[in-house]
Design a protein around this ligand. Sequence first.
Ligand SMILES: Nc1ncnc2c1ncn2[C@@H]1O[C@H](COP(=O)(O)OP(=O)(O)OP(=O)(O)O)[C@@H](O)[C@H]1O
Length: 578
Amino acid sequence: MEESFRSDSCQLLETDGDFIRFGHVATFDLQLVEALSPCDERRRDFKMDMDIDTGGNQGQNPGQRGYMAAASGPIEVDPSEIEFLEQIGSGSFGAVYAGKCRQKDVAVKVLAKQDFDQKTLEAFRHEVAVMSKIYHPNVNLFMGACTVPGNMMIVTELMRGDLERLILDDQVHLTLLERMKLARDAALGMLWLHSSNPQIIHRDLKASNLLVDTNLNCKICDFGLSQFTPRGKNIMDGKEGAKGTPLWMAPEVMMGEPFNEKADIYSFGLILWFLVTKKEPYEEYDDLETFTRDICLQKVRPRLPVDCDPNLRDLITRCWDQHPQVRPRFSDIITKIEHIMVDLAIEDKIGRQFWKYYFLQKDTVSWSDFINAFAKLLDLVPAIYKNHPIAYILQNHPEVLEEKLRLDIECLKIVLADVSKNQSEDNFVVFSEKFGNICNWFGPLGLKPFPNNQSILDKIRLLLLESWFHGDISTPESELRLSGKPEGTFLVRFSTSSAGCYTVTKVSAGPDGKPSIKHQKIQHRPATGVFEINGRSYPTLIDLIRCEQNELRLFMPCGGSRYQTLFMQQNTAGYVDG
Ligand SMILES: Nc1ncnc2c1ncn2[C@@H]1O[C@H](COP(=O)(O)OP(=O)(O)OP(=O)(O)O)[C@@H](O)[C@H]1O
């Protein structure tokens, strides 16, 4: 039963083999070449390219080494230039190896079938030429190919692995936000393919065809080659699971009906479901006939978890809708995912709106871009300098800003900004998620006139002034700072496990009378701003510590908070009460 389920699927994979019309490549180049000046070197190159694309390969013997070298397709790679290392995957197409080519780490796909007839061979070469013209950061980089029968292989950039393995790996823990970022990357790559001329429909979009690099960037692979899938090679061994089966395939494709790029959108809906649930779709099916009937006629779809974000739920259900015309385009999907990503990163209502308004497409922004926008939101810049970005004023005319405001901004920067890995302009960046955390810890974010006359910046500055506040240190670090200190020494830090909460860590007497270090959570409801410990609530964290010091036996602040250096050179006396 299992066998027929899988082997039948390969017939379904081959319903339509000519969605890319090869002549388009030449037409496209012709338009470009006309735009070039007659003496432009590229004109000559394009001419050669066209000769090849239109079959004018005079003097070249197809099938000989050198055929592709003249085309504008991928660089022809001689098999002797490839050093094969270990096998890293296998698919219907053949085996994939990690390797080295011209001293660069690469992935090499060796075609299982090497004895194509002449027509298929030509089609394969054209296909490879089209693929080699796709350059997008979310499309696996095509580097070269060997198109000589007997040694047919494709060389691409080497990635860390595929999305399926990554998500199903128990050792890897990615937040839903990180998983949505992967989805957005994939959608960006797919939008590029769908918008290409000729349009490229993937037709075999699934988690194992999405590759992930060490920085968790996701890239599309294996597009445009599915018509070269050898019949009968879709049968997977038990270990590989249900790859190459119709699991991810749109109903219209399964039924052999005409289809368009919306078939990829259906598959993408399943990928989103996979990212949400971290489960293979349709694990309960092992019979193709039942499966096809249920998906195509009964419109069965995988079950979404009850706690799934409603916007994500809506997006997924529209993607896998039975009717292709109802399914959104990748451009809409990307915008929807971006909204969902901001919603996941930032709970605070105003914080969310702010980030969507200024930075919807970004999950990281430079500190100067952030503070310029944030200053506008909080109306921080004095009226006469309204048209100047605050980052510019801070750098060039700091004297025009009140000293208190400058200190406020320093305080915000120290809790919010991270050192940029990419050396951005000012070396500091702000992550949407960190901004969301700051809103949770110090929010809710109010606008002018500020509630209780305190802006979020006032709240941050006042807390950082307290020598017991150590902010973003880990549990082991807090224990290290308190070790050997007398009973009653304490510090307060951000909770690492509960959004918006804090932890008080103190030295107290253990059961044997010896000092031991204890951690206790301070609940904080970001929406109301109330702080709670042992059932008692306070309007601020400072009030809580002041009022609870006897009850909790908090007698001596632990030194060493990095924030204290901010106040050393400042005359902070006037700012203590806001
Ligand atoms: N560039 C690459 N870098 C790292 N791993 C890769 C690369 N290309 C492919 N792989 C690995 O090899 C596996 C097989 O790749 P391939 O694209 O040939 O098959 P598939 O898409 O998984 O299956 P099928 O061909 O049946 O659709 C991928 O799932 C991935 O784990």
